[in-house]
Design a protein around this ligand. Structure first.
Ligand SMILES: N[C@@H](CCC(=O)N[C@@H](CS)C(=O)NCC(=O)O)C(=O)O
Length: 130
């Protein structure tokens, strides 16, 4: 009970600090941003609001200026069931990538961040198939 309260308070503190210290969004040409938006529309992040690994991943998404849909996977949500049934386990953050009829579930914040940086950080985004 006390531990849960402490964990939730710490989580809330992380959210507040994150909000205050949000990095600047990357700027792209209109044309380039349009391409990036199109690719980002194939991705969604299953996450919890107060999970520090999710906060870290959302910071990268914010910095890279990616309109990736955030899906709350907390207890009782439909997205939680979907994550478990299709992704294989309940662990957040998890990036879902729907590409050309295939769905990939990428777990581990460090891997998600590396993937997004590799694909979007240099302003010359690589196309997904389709
Ligand atoms: N090494 C993982 C750790 C992720 C992690 O521990 N996530 C916790 C939330 S903070 C989780 O998904 N727990 C499962 C649950 O609460 O049901 C990462 O960096 O993504």
């Amino acid at each position: 009970m006390l531990l849960k309260l402490l964990r939730e308070s710490l989580g809330q503190l992380v959210v507040i600090i994150n909000f205050i210290t949000l990095p600047r969004k990357m700027k792209r040409s209109t044309e380039e941003q349009k391409k990036v938006n199109q690719q980002a529309s194939k991705m969604s992040l299953y996450q919890f609001k107060r999970c520090p690994f999710c906060v870290r991943t959302r910071r990268t998404i914010h910095k890279l200026n990616l309109p990736i849909e955030l899906r709350d996977a907390s207890r009782g949500s439909a997205y939680r069931d979907e994550l478990e049934a299709e992704g294989g386990k309940i662990k957040v953050p998890c990036l879902r990538i729907d590409d050309n009829g295939n769905t990939q579930w990428l777990y581990e914040s460090a891997e998600i961040i590396a993937f997004l940086n590799e694909r979007f950080a240099d302003n010359t985004s690589t196309e997904l198939n389709s």
